[in-house]
Design a protein around this ligand. Structure first.
Ligand SMILES: Nc1ncnc2c1ncn2[C@@H]1O[C@H](COP(=O)(O)OP(=O)(O)OP(=O)(O)O)[C@@H](O)[C@H]1O
Length: 274
């Protein structure tokens, strides 16, 4: 995905997200989500031939979409400094939820409040531009995240070193592999000093040593008191990093609380095949 962060920030504005002002009137919460629902429209049929297309035109006015509720009345809050996990089976709505929090998708109803500077780290480097070089993308991302040119200068070497992509700094991103993309995105995002990080499965990308570096970094950010919302299929990761988590199924919250209890509920759900 390469949605410019400027667009995301516009989205955040539209959602009336509170940015900055940590701790003021937020009840200690970095993220507040109230009753979010998101409906997708899925085309019912595919018109393959001219005849079918014309027939479709004749049939205009009848609905050719199915409605799919990807999120249904989702509510939760994450405290400042908390690392909060979101787990659940494939297709339960985790990524959709993160996109709504990041302002990439608008919810059909409900309210999102983010207190602090947010760094959405979703899929492959949100905010990156494939036609620019790795170097230009780092500067662009930094600028959008509020860093001055000088501040990016100071962090640039560290970003490239962390991503292990020094040799490719002048290469256009469109020639990067997905693993390289993720390395650069993660290395850049962590240098923008966010208050709230949204992390989607970063720990499942790249080789083992890079995964270990990322998980150590997330641990460091966590210990520095930042807020992290972590989506992961790895229950071991959730167990080691998150004191609380939320289990989703079919777009709904089915359990929320202490990690051990929620993981036990997930095991029970999987055992029951629901
Ligand atoms: N743009 C879209 N249009 C239609 N349906 C969508 C769209 N995006 C997601 N969905 C559907 O919404 C549901 C939730 O998807 P989502 O990607 O949020 O799940 P997930 O829990 O992150 O899954 P996974 O663990 O496999 O990544 C899925 O059934 C998916 O097919």
């Amino acid at each position: 995905m390469s949605l410019p962060l400027a667009e995301i920030n516009k989205g955040l504005d539209k959602l009336n997200l509170v940015k900055g002002g940590i701790g003021r009137g937020t009840n200690g919460n970095a993220i507040v989500v109230e009753g979010i629902s998101k409906n997708f429209r899925i085309p019912k049929e595919k018109k393959l031939t001219v005849f079918e297309h014309l027939a479709g035109l004749v049939g205009r006015g009848t609905s050719s979409y199915d409605e799919f509720m990807a999120l249904q009345d989702v509510s939760f809050a994450v405290k400042h400094g908390e690392t909060f996990g979101v787990i659940g089976p494939n297709g339960c709505g985790k990524s959709t939820l993160l996109k709504v929090l990041a302002g990439v998708l608008y919810p059909d109803s409900g309210r999102v409040e983010i207190n602090g500077k947010i760094a959405p780290f979703l899929e492959l480097g949100v905010g990156f531009q494939p036609e620019l070089s790795a170097r230009d993308n780092v500067y662009l991302y930094g600028a959008i995240m509020g860093l001055t040119h000088k501040e990016v200068d100071q962090r640039y070497d560290e970003i490239m070193e962390f991503s292990e992509l020094q040799r490719f700094e002048n290469m256009k991103l469109r020639n990067f592999s997905s693993g390289m993309y993720v390395r650069l995105a993660f290395a850049t995002a962590i240098q923008t000093n966010p208050d709230v990080m949204l992390v989607d499965e970063v720990l499942s990308v790249g080789d083992e040593s890079f995964q270990k570096k990322c998980s150590d970094k997330i641990d460091e950010i966590r210990k520095a008191g930042k807020t992290i919302l972590l989506v992961s299929h790895s229950l071991a990761t959730v167990r080691s990093l998150c004191s609380r988590c939320m289990l989703m199924n079919r777009g709904q919250v089915v359990a929320l609380g202490e990690t051990e209890g929620v993981l036990a509920e997930y095991e029970r759900m999987r055992g029951a095949g629901t």
